[in-house]
Design a protein. Structure first.
Length: 57
């Protein structure tokens, strides 16, 4: 008797890029960029620490 109201509450709509192949592609791009940026920052910090260590007595 009240099944129609329950279906309406559970219904959700996805915009483009929020699910399926587009969502997976976007998440893979975000992960790849995050790894590249993280490696870049780590290399810069390691270089800075090495350089500062060479300046010591």
């Amino acid at each position: 008797m009240f099944v129609l109201g329950d279906k309406e509450r559970k219904r959700s709509y996805l915009l483009p890029g929020m699910g399926g192949r587009g969502h997976r592609r976007k998440q893979k791009l975000i992960l790849t960029c995050s790894i590249i940026i993280g490696l870049g920052v780590a290399i810069m910090l390691a270089t800075l620490m090495y350089w500062l260590n060479q300046l010591g007595p």
